[in-house]
Design a protein around this ligand. Structure first.
Ligand code: URA
Length: 213
């Protein structure tokens, strides 16, 4: 790469980071009473993983996927030869989904409601348009349905690449089960491994073809 091209690339990458920051700041001021976690990793990697929503551990460390689901994801990524710095990780819902347990007064996780998806979807869309990844890997139903609508079911589409259009721009979507589903259903482990190896092959093909990362 020539020095001039390198400079232009660096400028584009800085611009991307500034635009992400802008989106996150806007989100932060709109949902200032929530416990928020933004995306993390390498915005230039060309690969974006999208989870559901941050939990207690993520809020504490201000990073997505650092708790038990994050450990499963990291182990699988490592087996496929990736680290967190090879990808960007974000969530469909960027605030913690919780309710208060009336007996204990403690916060307990709750499922995402339609309203949460509607609140957060515009920011996710803007984030994806800025990141402009070659591959979007959704983790579980929440990010899948945020992008594809509620008819999409992870049990039917996991491990199958699909072309999708977001605001007229084409993306390659590769749906995966959510890593936390393996905690409750160990029989999904083989499926998950196969799906990740499908993703690994896809990334290799794209790298060979046009260069990502
Ligand atoms: N589960 C998610 O979907 N996202 C996180 O950030 C952590 C756990």
């Amino acid at each position: 790469m020539s020095l001039r091209n390198k400079d232009t690339n660096m400028e584009a990458n800085d611009k991307k980071r500034n635009l992400l920051l802008e989106i996150y700041q806007e989100f932060g001021s709109r949902f200032c009473d929530m416990e928020i976690v933004y995306g993390d990793g390498n915005p230039d990697s060309g690969i974006v993983f999208i989870g559901e929503a941050p939990g207690k551990d993520e809020v504490k460390l201000k990073k997505p996927f650092v708790g038990s689901a994050g450990k499963i994801l990291r182990d699988f990524l490592e087996r496929a030869g990736f680290t967190r710095q090879d990808i960007y990780i974000t969530n469909a819902v960027k605030y913690r989904l919780f309710r208060i347990n009336e007996k204990t007064g403690n916060k307990i996780n709750r499922p995402a409601k339609k309203e949460d998806l509607e609140n957060c979807r515009p920011y996710l869309i803007r984030e994806l348009l800025v990141l402009s990844p070659k591959i979007i890997a959704t983790l579980g139903n929440v990010p899948l349905q945020t992008l594809m609508g509620t008819e999409a079911k992870i049990g039917e589409v996991h491990g199958k690449k699909t072309d999708i259009k977001i605001e007229g721009k084409e993306f390659l979507l590769y749906p995966l089960y959510h890593p936390a589903s393996l905690i409750y259903n160990r029989s999904l482990e083989d499926v998950y491994r196969q799906d990740l190896s499908g993703l690994e092959n896809l990334i290799k093909q794209l790298k060979a073809g046009e260069g990502i990362g």
